[in-house]
Design a protein around this ligand. Structure first.
Ligand code: GTP
Ligand code: NA
Ligand code: MG
Length: 345
């Protein structure tokens, strides 16, 4: 498989949870963007992707006690946003099938809801490691925010009423997770990270706990995914969206999980009228920390290694189908074989 032990790719992190529990807003806080406010009805309707380079992790986590960026041996994170609305089960399933690790977002004031449970079932089925973001902690009674501090510190500094409200809500959520067959604990009380899911209190509005959440995800990758994250030349690439972009014509947004793409590559993908065979005209990356599903500026590359969210411009993409794999033919005689593969998907 040509695994490269000292060359790890970015982990693919999927954000899952019930509608309006704060998935997109958490990513906005991390990116310093306002994607959520631009969504129709405040509802996410597509899978999103954001390339988070190491400096994006760094600037978010400096307040986290005991977290050392320099220990990280992967180049950043590729974060996938998913819709929580009940009608988008297919997109949650697709998102979770692409990821190495997940963040399950639970509104601390609402607890587990139907799509939280649906998300848990997806994660269990695929045995995906995950952390729970106990989001909207700023709504805890008389909560006092301090995003510049480690969340453990912020909790300690709360007055009695806030502490009691936080403890009560957290206990209820742990109980509800238990009922789903999961052991769970606040991350600093977690007796065994291999058998207990860690909860990280966050607020996407005030920023409380955001650093701890990102640090927790990185730690979990480091502890659990080292083998899985070894870069492999074997291409694993899924089409997310088909879109027309001014100056580039019809493009496809793809999640490149493994392998690499090069300008000029012959790609084969499913289309509504049969397999499409075309050459990559431009390989584009959204600017770091920008959501690929939002119009923006792109940097052009000759070659892009996994894992990243990539925009591809090429001819004949108008009839491309989202949600399926993309293949590359490295020799002319592979084209027919790969067309058959794509047809059978
Ligand atoms: P879908 O993608 O539609 O499933 O929703 P989502 O989970 O992405 O939630 P979204 O980011 O759209 O946030 C829903 C609402 O909750 C918005 O009005 C946010 O401003 C608000 N919100 C999100 N996070 C927080 C938080 O930490 N605290 C408070 N007070 N409000 C929040
Ligand atoms: Na929403
Ligand atoms: Mg959203």
């Amino acid at each position: 498989k040509n695994l490269q032990e000292d060359n790890l790719r970015a982990p693919v992190v999927c954000v899952l949870g019930h509608v309006d529990h704060g998935k997109t807003k958490i990513l906005d806080k991390l990116r310093r963007t306002n994607v959520q406010e631009g969504e129709v009805g405040g509802i996410t309707q597509q899978i999103g992707a954001t390339n988070v380079p190491a400096h994006g992790v760094q600037r978010q986590t400096h307040m986290v006690k005991g977290f050392d960026m320099s220990n990280l041996n992967f180049p950043g994170l590729l974060i996938i946003d998913t819709p929580g609305h009940e009608s988008f089960s297919n997109l949650r399933s697709r998102g979770s099938s692409l990821c190495d690790i997940a963040i399950l977002v639970v509104d601390i004031t609402q607890g587990l809801e139907p799509q939280t449970v649906e998300s848990i079932d997806l994660l269990k089925k695929r045995k995906t490691p995950f952390v729970v973001a106990l989001n909207k902690v700023d709504r805890v009674f008389e909560w006092e925010s301090n995003p510049a501090k480690d969340i453990r510190e912020v909790i300690k500094l709360q007055k009695e009423p806030a502490k009691n409200d936080f403890d009560r809500r957290t206990k209820e959520i742990i109980q509800a997770l238990n009922e789903q067959g999961l052991n769970a604990a606040l991350f600093w009380e977690n007796p065994n990270p291999r058998s207990y899911v860690s909860l990280v209190p966050t607020s996407a509005i005030s920023g409380d706990g955001m650093g701890n959440l990102i640090a927790m995800v990185c730690d979990l990758c480091q502890q659990r995914l080292n083998k899985r994250l070894m870069f492999s030349e074997e291409l694993q690439c899924t089409v997310l969206e088909v879109k027309t972009i001014q100056g580039h014509g019809t493009t496809i947004d793809v999640i490149l999980v493994n392998g690499r793409l090069r300008e000029g590559d012959t790609i084969i993908l499913a289309g509504t009228e049969g397999p499409i065979v075309t050459q990559i005209r431009s390989l584009l990356l959204p600017k770091p920390l920008k959501e690929i599903r939002v119009k923006g500026q792109y940097d052009e590359f000759k070659e892009i290694p996994a894992a990243q969210g990539v925009k591809i411009a090429a001819r004949d993409l108008e009839k491309a189908i989202a949600g399926l794999n993309l293949q590359v033919a490295y020799h002319d005689d592979e084209v027919d074989l790969l067309k058959d593969d794509v047809d059978r998907e």
